[in-house]
Design a protein around this ligand. Structure first.
Ligand code: 13P
Length: 395
């Protein structure tokens, strides 16, 4: 039962005063290192994929590996889109298997930030998926020197935070209280007093971006004041990069595998250090016992067509794959023909929904209604339709 509801995960952390690590991954070595660290520490973990990193990997391919690594894990896992830039990328992330979405419009005026966040919340909530928004501005870019992207920290204010949460319905809030993304220049100075006031006003899980480079006592103060998710990347990337540099310097041959060996272990080592400091070590069992598992739903339809020959049936099914596959919450569409020609039903759709909530939002989605009313139901005279929720398999 590895994938669990991220809202339950962060609420558990909030109530028990620790933070779950949200590690950005950019390769299979990062996924392996982060998952090995979480397994070793028996800790819950959030695997994050940042839209700003999409130029470095194929999002769809890496998501397949993330989903598979969550499925085979024994510790609680959530999969998060980090710094999603648009509604379109949020839909794509949901359909590829993310169980939490961050929308980041924090560099825009408040009204626009609220409107963009609200649109993502409406879509994601209809798929049963919680949303993290960001208010105030955390400058910098993950993995780079902060001084190369100076910007100015724009601190989150309590009043705006209240309005933002009321008007967007976001489930978690990323706050700006002095951290920056990437390598810091100088000593980090955090406005913990501001964080405490935001926490008092909102009483919901808070998120810190720019987790690299803080002192242990600073992490502790963040967690004492409502931070339950710490986003972390640059130090993992530096550990990986240093390992590659050492390999390059010590190896005589020039092969890819000799230059990259040990990268997963370097990532694992740094991830374990964070998990220990942030207090999530050893929390896996308690969390699994108290949080809802994340269960997919298969929407299965068996049918026979009337007034359509084989080629026209195939056309209708191909069209449906495209239309249905783009509806938020639809992770996969399988269309098939019965192998046994004597079967009572000759054709099927098997549509995988990311969660139970999609049963309703899919049924009511205009693209589905149009296809069902005009292209499917008039020709699929006899049919049987059943939604199956995945069994909760004990590990
Ligand atoms: P760092 O790269 O500074 O650790 O920040 C990561 C982050 O905030 C990802 O969203």
């Amino acid at each position: 039962m590895p994938l669990i509801h991220i809202a339950d995960m962060l609420n558990h952390a909030y109530e028990n005063h620790y933070a779950v690590a949200a590690f950005d991954v950019v390769s299979l070595d990062f996924i392996s290192g982060v998952m090995a660290a979480a397994e070793e520490k028996h800790a819950p973990v959030i695997i994050s994929l940042a839209e700003s990193h999409f130029e470095h990997f194929d999002f769809e391919l890496l998501m397949a590996a993330v989903v598979r690594s969550a499925e085979r894990s024994t510790i609680p896992v959530a999969i998060h889109l980090d710094h999603g830039e648009s509604l379109e990328s949020a839909v794509r992330a949901v359909n590829l298997g993310c169980t939490g979405i961050m929308v980041d419009a924090s560099n825009q005026p408040l009204d626009e930030n609220i409107a963009k966040t609200r649109a993502v919340v409406d879509m994601a909530h209809a798929c049963g998926i919680p949303v993290e928004g960001e208010l105030g501005y955390v400058p910098g870019v993950e993995g780079e020197d902060a001084e190369r992207h100076p910007g100015d920290v724009q601190y989150t204010t309590v009043e705006e935070a209240r309005r933002y949460i009321d008007e967007t319905g976001a489930d978690f809030l990323a706050v700006s209280i002095g951290t920056v993304h990437g390598r810091m220049k100088g000593e980090p100075k955090l406005d913990i007093e501001r964080l405490a006031r935001i926490n008092d006003a909102l009483k919901l899980p808070l998120v810190i971006h720019g987790g690299t480079g803080l002192r242990e006592d600073q992490y502790r103060s963040l967690i004492d004041n409502g931070v339950t998710k710490i986003n972390y990347y640059t130090a993992l990337a530096d550990a990986a990069g240093q390992r590659i540099k050492a390999n390059v310097e010590s190896e005589t041959n020039c092969s890819y595998t000799s230059h990259t060996h040990g990268v997963a272990e370097a990532v694992q080592h740094e991830a374990e250090r964070c998990i220990d400091i942030w207090g999530s070590s050893g929390r896996a069992d308690a969390m699994l016992a108290s949080c809802r598992p994340w269960l997919a739903v298969e929407h299965v339809i068996f049918f026979n067509t009337e007034k359509l020959n084989t080629a026209a049936t195939e056309d209708m099914m191909n069209e449906g794959r495209k239309v249905i596959g783009s509806i938020p919450g639809v992770q996969r569409v399988f269309t098939g023909h019965a192998v046994d020609e004597d079967s009572s039903y000759r054709h099927c759709w098997v549509v995988r929904f990311s969660a139970r909530a999609v049963i309703d939002s899919y049924r009511d989605h205009p693209a589905h209604q149009d296809f069902a009313d005009n292209r499917f139901r008039p020709y699929a005279g006899s049919r049987l339709s059943i939604d199956f929720e995945e069994c909760n398999v004990e590990k």
